[in-house]
Design a binder for this molecule. Structure first.
Ligand code: ATP
Length: 206
């Protein structure tokens, strides 16, 4: 059985950067963002439901779903956002479960941006939070996604709050430091989680 560490954090906090750091040192990663991307792209039943709901507005010229337009669309409407999450999450969860079952190493990192929002805290053995003051988060998101400060603030306001995330975290990476320092922290956490996995792997919950 694999000990599951959930990696969570808000938009632009650094989840991909941190999970790539773990991947580099050989940790198995299950990323719900990648799973969601694949479902939207390759699960025709789900993609047809999305296309039917939002129409041409969210499509590329080849009729595939444009994820940036879809994200823009749902972040402007709470009802649509929850509708999409509810459509995708059962499959995301099932696929995560399937991938975790195949893992042979003693622990894995499950990247779940919506851990708090979807109340998945109890499904994992440990929670690692990528934390960042909101001003940094806005700055990095604006730069990476080429969106306005207003748009970044809106998305952040619709996600779980920093306080809510901190309250459920077992471990926190404060991602304001230089990337070399973050890598040292990742290296240390890998040892720590391997140790916990040896001790508590029977308690896996997902
Ligand atoms: P999302 O949830 O939106 O997919 P994320 O949490 O995966 O975002 P990343 O894409 O990893 O966040 O990081 C957001 C941006 O911040 C990226 O451009 C990344 O290169 C940058 N970044 C991440 N960590 C650091 C750091 N320690 N120092 C400087 N820049 C960083």
């Amino acid at each position: 059985m694999t000990y599951i560490v959930a990696l969570t954090g808000g938009i632009g906090s650094g989840k991909t950067t941190i999970s790539n750091g773990f991947k580099k040192i050989g940790v198995n990663i299950i990323d719900t963002d990648i799973i969601a991307k694949n479902i939207i792209q390759y699960n025709s039943k789900i993609s047809n439901i999305i296309k039917k709901k939002f129409g041409k507005e969210i499509l590329n010229t080849d009729n595939s779903i444009n994820r940036i337009l879809l994200r823009k669309k749902v972040f402007n409407n709470k009802h649509d956002r929850l509708w999409l999450e509810n459509l995708l999450y059962p499959d995301i969860f099932q696929e995560s479960k399937k991938q975790i079952k195949l893992i042979e190493s003693n622990w894995c990192l499950w990247v779940v941006p919506l851990l708090v929002e979807k109340k998945l805290e109890k499904k994992v053995n440990r929670i690692l939070l990528v934390d960042l003051p909101i001003q940094h988060q806005i700055k990095r998101t604006v730069k990476r996604d080429q969106i306005s400060v207003q748009e970044a603030k809106k998305i952040i306001s619709l996600q779980a709050t920093r306080k809510e995330r901190i309250s459920i975290a077992d471990d926190i990476i404060l991602n304001t430091k230089k990337i070399e320092k973050i890598h040292k922290h990742i290296y240390y956490l890998n040892f720590f989680y391997s140790y916990l996995a040896r001790k508590y792997s029977q308690q896996t919950t997902i």
